[in-house]
Ligand binder design. Structure first.
Ligand code: AMP
Length: 130
């Protein structure tokens, strides 16, 4: 069965998309740690990031770098933090989180729930900078 991220990539489930290329897709995390929390996902359906083919892994990291640069321009922050967990969704992905402090990358803290309009505005702002 297709993962939820494959269904998002295929347009079967809505998302706040920020960028896409031939091999990768980026959209807002629905329950962000901070405003502008983005997930960067390979289109190849692989659970564990380090089991991606070398080509797909390098492509994902290059794409994540491009998205992170746009994200930093769109959402004022000290740094864009990077994390790979995969504890919830079995489809490899990289979290990009705008950081003001290191606490912003603490996945144990309560997640934000932002109105749809705000999420769309953030996604549009990031997409424009990529
Ligand atoms: P993890 O697999 O532990 O890296 O966490 C999966 C992340 O995916 C969580 O931060 C969720 O909030 C996020 N997530 C799950 N479903 C969706 C969805 N439909 N759209 C956007 N983000 C999602």
């Amino acid at each position: 069965m297709a993962t939820i991220f494959t269904r998002i990539i295929n347009g079967e489930i809505p998302c706040y998309k920020v960028a896409e290329d031939e091999k990768n897709f980026a959209f807002l995390d629905i329950n962000p740690l901070a405003e502008g929390h983005v997930l960067v996902v390979p289109k190849a359906e692989e659970d564990y990031i380090f089991n991606l083919s070398e080509d797909d892994y390098v492509s994902l990291q290059k794409f994540a770098r491009k998205v992170a640069k746009g994200l930093k321009e769109a959402v004022p922050c000290k740094r864009v933090g990077v994390a790979v967990l995969g504890m919830e969704v079995p489809h490899a992905h990289i979290h990009l989180v705008p950081l003001q402090t290191e606490a912003d990358l603490d996945f144990r803290k309560p997640k934000l729930s932002l109105p749809a309009e705000k999420m769309q505005q953030i996604a549009n702002r990031i997409a424009e900078k990529i």
